[in-house]
Design a protein around this ligand. Structure first.
Ligand code: UGC
Length: 186
């Protein structure tokens, strides 16, 4: 199938409401709340933004890792695979990214492609995938970027399930105005 005939979805700015079915957003004041004072008044804190769930207590341990992600500049992006972590929330917190692309879907043994969503996050936003939420590997935009990743893992194949799509089955994710960094909501 040629790229122009592929089914296509558009990526939108990441917002808590749109992202809620898939996970949480880690950011200051996600819902416009003032937060509460901390650090002798020199900071404000926003608490309990996400649960980092472990569905295999006693087996899995918390892996705090860093992913260094190569940037992608070529779009539309054909989705060749999605993965999920049935036993754990997975959190990604950018250390150096200006923007990145998050592609997610709901489903059971296989992703429900009607629920596929694509979001452009900015560098002051981290995200989580709830346990079992299908997602594309992280896609940095603009430049190579490092992310802290939190995930409960036991080292078994159950840590990560992968579904691959043959060439003719791939949905494309389009990003309009890929260069319009200033247009992203902050
Ligand atoms: N999301 C992502 O980039 N990668 C993973 O989910 C992983 O566990 O490798």
């Amino acid at each position: 199938m040629t790229m122009s005939h592929r089914p296509r979805i558009a990526a939108h700015s990441l917002s808590p409401a749109a992202y809620a079915p898939y996970g949480d957003i880690l950011m200051a004041s996600p819902h416009g709340e003032p937060g509460r004072p901390a650090n002798q008044g020199t900071a404000r804190r926003f608490d309990h933004l996400a649960a980092i769930e472990n569905l295999r207590p006693g087996h899995a341990s918390l892996n705090v890792s860093v992913f260094r992600c190569a940037p992608r500049s070529s779009f539309p992006l054909p989705i060749a695979l999605l993965e999920k972590h049935p036993g754990s929330t997975q959190a990604f917190v950018p250390m150096s990214a200006r923007r990145y692309l998050v592609v997610v879907a709901l489903g059971g043994d296989r992703p429900e492609l009607a629920t596929l969503g694509a979001f452009i996050a900015h560098g002051a936003q981290g995200i989580t995938y709830r346990p079992g939420v299908w997602h594309h590997p992280m896609i940095a935009l603009d430049a190579e970027a490092d992310f802290v990743c939190l995930s409960w893992e036991d080292g078994s194949p159950g840590d990560c399930a992968v579904v691959e799509y043959a060439e003719g089955e791939r949905i494309a994710v389009a990003i309009d105005a890929i260069g319009a960094i200033d247009a992203i909501d902050r």
